[in-house]
Design a protein around this ligand. Sequence first.
Ligand SMILES: Nc1ncnc2c1ncn2[C@@H]1O[C@H](COP(=O)(O)OP(=O)(O)O)[C@@H](O)[C@H]1O
Ligand SMILES: [Mg+2]
Length: 285
Amino acid sequence: MSEPVLVALRGVSFAYEDGPAVLSDLDFEVREGRALALLGRNGSGKTTLMRLLSGGLRPRSGELTVEGRPVRYDRKGLTRLRTTVQLVVQDPDDQLFAASVAQDVSFGPLNLGLPDDQVRIRVDEALAALGISALADRPTHLLSYGQRKRTAIAGAVAMRPRVLILDEPTAGLDPDGQERLLATLDGLRRSGTTVVMATHDVDLALRWADDAALLTPSGARTGPVAAMLARTDLLEQAGLRLPWGIAVTRLLRERGLLTDDAPGPRTPEELATLTGAAPPVPAEG
Ligand SMILES: Nc1ncnc2c1ncn2[C@@H]1O[C@H](COP(=O)(O)OP(=O)(O)O)[C@@H](O)[C@H]1O
Ligand SMILES: [Mg+2]
């Protein structure tokens, strides 16, 4: 993990008004180009952490940095932050408010003071990236849940952020909708956007992410996803279970069906390919 740190929280503590500390002295880094899954049980502070990263909440102590420089919470500082980091909240209905899809997606770029032709280019580009160009003039209140979710993501993408943060993006989607969303996120990653996703789905994290950050009561622990999600001690602290792929990988290694240096399967499809193509187990001695 030697990629440069784009955004970071340094020694951050946060509590809601009159509430107990949600995060204490937290260190958290987003590295350029690394798909990062933020994992933790319900109530562990994933949403709070993401709102701190995108400037919606301000740390009680500690700091938010962009490329090493502390963010200032004035107009200029927050505008700079918004062109670097965009958060897509979990419920699209908390994000959408304009009459039509294109109007909603144009809101951020218009707010940056961009000329109309630039706004149009960005909106077209964002709608295309999310595969919803045909919905441009559709009233937002007539959209399906999945379409509303895509519109909300397009609104963030239209800001051309370097880091796109999604809070439980697959929650509420059917399996096909989930697959299509992952394909969309892969497209955004290929075009250079760093994507961070909060989820409590360990199987999804294993197949999608490069790195995993486990939010435990003693802080966030980040590392390569397959190694992190094999740490039963950390999983237990984070209130998560062992991913299916890790359990199968262990079994395959125990049975001599997978060498120690070969990566294990992350999906049933990878398991089928792997076992179908696996060389015969070498004889003893
Ligand atoms: N707006 C709020 N006001 C007060 N407490 C909140 C608010 N939002 C979240 N909390 C509390 O902060 C803690 C962390 O919540 P949250 O960040 O939403 O966790 P997660 O996203 O991991 O489920 C929880 O105890 C939750 O009850
Ligand atoms: Mg949450």
